[in-house]
Design a protein around this ligand. Sequence first.
Ligand code: ADP
Ligand code: MG
Length: 696
Amino acid sequence: MKSARDIEVKFVKGIGPSRAKLLEEELGIRTCHDLIHHFPTHYIDRSQVYPINRFTGEMPSVQVRGRFVTFNTLGEGAKMRLVGLFTDGTATMEVVWFKRIKAIKELYFTGREYIVFGKPQQFNGHWSMVHPEVDPPESAAASAGLRGVYPLTEKLRNRGISVRNIYTWIQNALAAIKHIPELLPDDIIRRYNFMGGEDAMRIVHNPPDNPSLQRARERLKFEELFYLQLNIQRFSHRRAAAMQGIPFPRIGRFFNSFYSEILPFPLTNAQKRVLKEIRADVGSGKQMNRLLQGDVGSGKTIVALMAMLMALDNGTQACLMAPTEILATQHFETLRTLAAPLGINVRLLTGSTRKKERDIIHAELESGTLHILVGTHALIEDSVRFHSLGFVVIDEQHRFGVLQRARLWKKNTKVPHVLVMTATPIPRTLAMTVYGDLDVSVIDQLPPGRKPITTLLRYDNQRMEVYRSIGRELAKGRQIYIVYPLIQENEKLDLRSLEEGYELIRDTFPSYKVAYVHGKMKPSEKDFQMRLFAEHKADILVATTVIEVGVNVPNASTMLIENAERFGLSQLHQLRGRVGRGAEQSYCVLMTKNKIAGDTRKRLELMTSTTDGFLIAEADMKMRGPGDIEGTLQSGIPFDLHIANIATDGQLVQLARDCACQILDSDPALCLPQHSMLSPELKLMFDRSFNLSRIS
Ligand code: ADP
Ligand code: MG
């Protein structure tokens, strides 16, 4: 028997070759399998008929029963439209078509009864519906209960393909397929009382009632997430089994004397907890792969250093890799100051390290007398060889991408422990998916005594007032960041607004020095400008988001973000973290044009009401979808899930992960008879795309 993947949609009743081509181009639907996995985004209740005189502005699509009184073609050329006057006895509305006018005129008649289905809109004081579905009342679809609304593209609509067509074709495909094989192991279905796969598929496209629809959707979402997790976990399990880590059995002199003699403050409880988690990992004999999440300023660096000291105590070397030269330099200075009193040899390697110093570094690395190497990408150059690399720290990992991470691994015969630090809080369910192969630690507490940053939302017409406040901060000797968005699609325009902003700032604050950076500058020029600001040779830094990562200027007390509505929430949060690093009260001003839409205002108001990065990340993910969240792009994870949603189906993500891990624990090669469907399906689902998760 042919499977759904073997039947091309052009053979489905009603589709044919030319529409099949359109479906493939527009929606990636080539086979019956693809077609039945095109799920409704929502459902509408077609059992209710609404009277026109009870329409309100907030209604979703509704169903009306009545007759057309007249049809008129109005306007000319591109503005031509067909307007049908429709009455149900309570009131009248206009039904409007802009496209396919000729065909529609031949399809519908005045005087006959129809069921019209669409979204009521108020226009010039009367109600109208644009391009609704129109059916004779006796048609089966018109009388059905819940009906799925299938996503369509503009082009498909223009070619006359309606939601109703998709619905019908899917029904035809389901009839042609006859049997849909079960893709979940029996014991999972029984344990969690999931609906069978075949029932779920038929019900989701033709729900008899709401409770069974919900069960069908839950089952299909779980299936999708389960295979996703299985795919991620199977590589990490294989690796864990194959790769022995370097055991760090002891805590020794370096760690202990640092803790008792040098550590300048008591650790927060969160920092202690994370150190314990790391300690447990590195002591276990397995190789650690851990993601450390902690908001800006939560004190990740000290945790990283203490973890590196564990490595040193066990006779191995450590390195820390940062995404930019400035950041690497800052880390280097911090670490050297803290570690030098213990006789620890720390060095810095970046693109601009001189040959002489480079040679020393290479020699010391290979002899083992260099303990901690801090640097940029230069660390993954091939000439760098460690005597015995035991611990790797990667700061702000998403700037590197997984591939570069893999290159560091190769520097050893034994794989070092890896700690990846990020200040971009990632919601748990997303972390579980994107970083499926990493364990996650969280520092969810700031060191005591920080003054929370005050965040304000201001409009263009308040600009002068904002500048006056900035002037007061400057007069106190503080420094200011001014940030402009830079969005690729419109680089020229953005660059111009940045340049104009720079001129305006120089004119407004003529007695202060203004530095200026953007992403298109040469790295050396960028570095020069950043240094001016870092060394307080400039008072104001006008910049694009290049400053987002890591620069530490405690004297900067205010950040003004222009066109704040154009940034994602997580990004705003990240930017905001550049201030509030000193003892003074600091401010973040979100500047927008005078009129912003309600949901934009809501987003920005969330920023003014909380400094909790996780809360913001959750909200951001819900609003923008997981695929847009920073750090997920290079992950290689497909976010165009068909039915599940990582942002809103958190519990199912967790359950899917648990189930996938259990199965892999009991049957790592997936060869038990009760798991026989898993491997072939995984292959069909994922082997087409290159899988990044297997590299690390
Ligand atoms: P981030 O997590 O953003 O990398 P850092 O490690 O740079 O944060 O720490 C921010 C500042 O807080 C540093 O100046 C650091 O010395 C200080 N710090 C870290 N931990 C503590 C603590 N437990 N108590 C007080 N200050 C701390
Ligand atoms: Mg940091």
